[in-house]
Design a protein around this ligand. Structure first.
Ligand code: ZN
Length: 127
């Protein structure tokens, strides 16, 4: 009895009560099928992105861009919301300067420095 009073005076009984509440909360989730996955608890924009990814889409360009050879048959694909886009080509891996040029919709264009092919593909922005 004296120890309970001492614990209460130190605020430990409050902590113990919180711990019990936390434990019962965890048990309730476990009985309902375990800890919810990211997909189950996602909301808002994150939920829309996860749903789009399930359909095989990447509306916000989350993933690393696919590698292209840069040849005429396999040009670098550049998504754009208008009919032209400014493209920076790092012609060689260790280059410190970027070659900038306008890429227009239509046939693939070549980088003026290294000759890699780029093709602009129209891309709708998600809302
Ligand atoms: Zn280049």
């Amino acid at each position: 009895m004296a120890s309970r009073l001492l614990l209460r005076a130190c605020g430990i009984s409050v902590m113990a009560r919180n711990r019990v509440l936390a434990r019962t909360g965890r048990r309730a989730m476990a009985s309902g099928g375990g800890i919810p996955t990211d997909e189950e608890q996602a909301a808002g924009l994150e939920r829309r992105v996860l749903q789009a990814l399930k359909k095989g889409k990447d509306p916000y360009s989350i993933f690393k861009p696919k590698e292209y050879a840069g040849t005429k048959e396999d040009p670098h694909i550049v998504p754009g919301i208008s009919d032209k886009r400014l493209v920076g080509c790092l012609c060689e891996e260790d280059n410190t300067a970027i070659v900038w040029f306008w890429l227009h919709e239509g046939n693939p264009q070549r980088c003026p420095s290294c000759g890699s092919y780029y093709k602009l593909i129209h891309h709708e922005l998600p809302h």
